[in-house]
Design a protein. Structure first.
Length: 137
């Protein structure tokens, strides 16, 4: 097992060791991250309550993409990435979710148009085998 990387927040104790984690006591039970990566995440807190956490870390590129999306959809940014893989960090930046990463500088990022963000999300969904809605409003 890999040890936790240096992280800025306290991870929930049920998180698997690794770069993706959920902050302890920050989950609001929205269920959105779990639906993005149900094979990677659990929702029991060990005390009969609800708190999402990473049951295991992603192993494949597809699993990494699902873990990234779990971070992106987290309502309160409790699902986080603490690693320093440049490919993963770039994906967070493309999805305008640098605030889900402990290792990215918290300075303003270059602005992306809504269509650029939408296209990055569609590309990731397509890569995951999802059906992105091709109709833009």
């Amino acid at each position: 097992m890999k040890p936790f990387p240096t992280i800025m927040s306290s991870p929930h104790p049920k998180n698997a060791s690794g770069s993706f984690y959920v902050e302890n006591d920050h989950c609001i039970a929205c269920d959105a991250p779990f639906h993005e990566a149900p094979d990677l995440m659990g929702t029991d807190d060990g005390n009969g309550g609800y708190h999402c956490h990473f049951r295991r870390q992603p192993d494949t590129p597809e699993e990494v993409d699902r873990a990234i999306m779990a971070c992106v959809v987290s309502c309160v940014r409790a699902v986080r990435y603490a690693g320093n893989d440049p490919v993963i960090l770039q994906k967070f930046q493309e999805l305008k979710s640098a605030d889900s990463c402990d290792t990215l500088p918290q300075e303003p990022l270059p602005e992306k148009s809504p269509s650029e963000v939408l296209q990055a999300a569609k590309n990731l969904l397509r890569k995951l085998g999802g059906a992105a809605n091709e109709t833009e409003k």
